[in-house]
Unconditional design. Structure first.
Length: 193
């Protein structure tokens, strides 16, 4: 998957990340030259594997909008909510939504654990929290028939083992093509064990 220059809104998004990053630290400064090849490409994998997803989508702890903004750009048919407690990141996300004319995006600047439950059909999170804690966030905001898409690093198997001590769920792990050993965990039927 490549991001073509100039015409693609993803390229405008990458430019906004580069512009704001010195002020807000949206991605690690050491990865700023890899916004497209690392961060956006990582999120485009989620867009591909979730192609059949329908209904409202919630991205928790969106930060600079990864993967929520990428998803909103590529899936204009989905209403996408970005839940991010950091007010400055919220300002950045509002700027991106306005400049890219993303009419399917809503931003909520609250904490995940105190925001009113959203009962979303889909939930994503990237680099947010260890899986056992993340599951409690997902459980609060996911429709019981919904699907969670959790982007985890190479420790994902041990995180799943830990989470299964508290939670029961169906798991489909999609291997990452951008980060060796990492995976996107697709979870359904989430309940207390
Ligand atoms: C490490 S960053 C990852 C951001 C983005 N998902 C990414 O992959 O670049 C985690 C983000 O989650 C937000 N966050 C952490 N805990 C949160 C909470 N309890 N409620 C809302 N946002 C939270 C932080 O403000 C931060 O922007």
């Amino acid at each position: 998957m490549t991001v073509s220059r100039e015409t693609d809104p993803l390229e405008k998004y990458a430019a906004l990340i580069r512009k704001w990053n010195p002020v807000i630290n949206l991605v690690a400064p050491s990865t700023l030259d890899q916004v497209e090849s690392r961060h956006i490409a990582d999120c485009l994998q989620l867009v591909t594997i979730s192609a059949k997803a329908r209904g409202p989508w919630l991205d928790m702890g969106s930060g600079g909008g990864l993967p929520g903004i990428v998803l909103a750009i590529r899936r204009p048919d989905l209403p996408v909510t970005l839940l991010e407690s950091d007010k400055r990141k919220g300002s950045f996300l509002r700027t991106v939504a306005r400049e890219l004319e993303l009419t399917n995006v809503q931003i909520i600047s609250e904490r995940i654990e105190s925001a009113r439950p959203l009962f979303s059909s889909n939930i994503s999170a990237r680099a947010l929290a260890p899986l056992p804690l993340l599951m409690s966030y997902v459980h609060r905001h996911l429709d019981p028939r919904g699907r969670a898409w959790l982007m985890k690093g190479r420790n994902w198997q041990s995180e799943v083992e830990e989470a299964r001590k508290i939670w029961s769920f169906q798991l489909n792990a999609h291997e990452s093509h951008t980060h060796p050993g990492a995976a996107i965990l697709e979870l359904t039927d989430i309940r207390y064990a």
